[in-house]
Write a protein that binds this ligand. Structure first.
Ligand code: SF4
Ligand code: SF4
Ligand code: SF4
Length: 273
């Protein structure tokens, strides 16, 4: 049972969120939504604990496509960063604002950037591209994501200030256009830098929320430095260039870890867990 402890714990956390929101918002949707997401993640962790290589991909597609197709396209909720600002400016604490609060602002205190490893619908496509292990060293281009973050905020602010009509419809089309643009840029960057996660490293504005909180994440990859034989295998396989053979939270690119656990599989002396 010990190996299933993490999956059970995650399911319980999601159920607490599901029931709390269902009762406080008097909306059954939240019970269904968070039970589904928590269930997928728990099943994924259980499969992972059983050594199934496809576990993470399965969860990523189950959660990512549900959010993109059902919530985004069918329910017309803009879950991108523009949608977060939009609902925040409206003073509405539902949909995108709850999603951001749980998955991207406070949740990372518990599960770090688990969103990026197990749920993001952009990464679910990027992760099937050919460069799972980055072929080139990391570039100093992180400033781009801060620019995109500010541009998204400015765009939504301007739409509010000029009191544009049909703003809800505009947000829906922004969601479609923004996602298409993300996919195109993400795929192009993956091939240019020979790195599936180049978009995550340099462009994605959501990391501005994700990184500071995930520094304090309870769930993280630990390294027993006494056991480490400095073979460097974990560093070669890490899609996010995390200096995972150091235990310190301030290890290089530590807040980039997406908890894929590829490094733990590679370590010949089981120094990572
Ligand atoms: S960095 Fe952005 S695009 Fe990449 S997985 Fe995280 S949220 Fe998705
Ligand atoms: S390989 Fe290890 S350090 Fe790198 S992102 Fe995955 S879990 Fe994190
Ligand atoms: S794979 Fe294991 S032994 Fe090799 S550098 Fe990484 S932590 Fe150390």
């Amino acid at each position: 049972m010990k190996k299933y402890l993490m999956s059970m714990l995650l399911f319980v956390i999601f159920e607490i969120v599901a029931v709390s929101l269902w009762i406080s918002m008097d909306n059954l949707f939240y019970l269904f939504n968070f039970t589904y997401i928590g269930g997928c993640i728990a099943i994924g962790f259980a499969l992972f604990a059983n050594g199934k290589k496809y576990a993470r991909c399965l969860v990523q597609f189950a959660v990512g496509s549900y959010m993109l197709i059902y919530l985004g396209l069918i329910c017309q909720e803009n879950m991108q960063i523009e949608g977060f600002w939009y609902y925040l400016f409206l003073g509405v604490f539902e949909a995108a604002t709850i999603h951001y609060a749980v998955a991207k602002i406070f949740g990372p205190l518990i599960f770090g950037r688990g969103w990026c490893g197990y749920a993001c619908w952009t990464a679910m496509i990027l992760d099937v591209l050919p460069y799972k292990k980055p072929k080139e060293s990391r570039k100093k281009l992180e400033f781009i994501r801060h620019i995109i973050f500010v541009l998204a905020l400015v765009l939504v602010s301007v739409l509010f200030i000029i009191k544009v009509t049909n703003l809800e419809k505009i947000m829906f089309w922004l969601f479609i256009g923004g996602n298409l643009l993300y996919y195109v840029i993400g795929i192009i960057l993956a091939f240019i830098f020979k790195d599936n996660r180049a978009f995550c490293k340099y462009v994605c504005p959501i990391t501005v929320f994700l990184k500071p909180m995930s520094y304090y994440s309870i769930l993280r990859v630990h390294c027993n430095e006494d056991k480490c034989i400095h073979c460097g295998k974990c560093l070669k396989v890490c899609p996010m260039n995390v200096e995972v053979n150091k235990e310190s939270r301030s290890r290089k690119n530590g807040t980039e870890c997406v908890l894929c656990y590829e490094c733990t599989k590679e370590c010949p002396v089981k120094a990572l867990h």
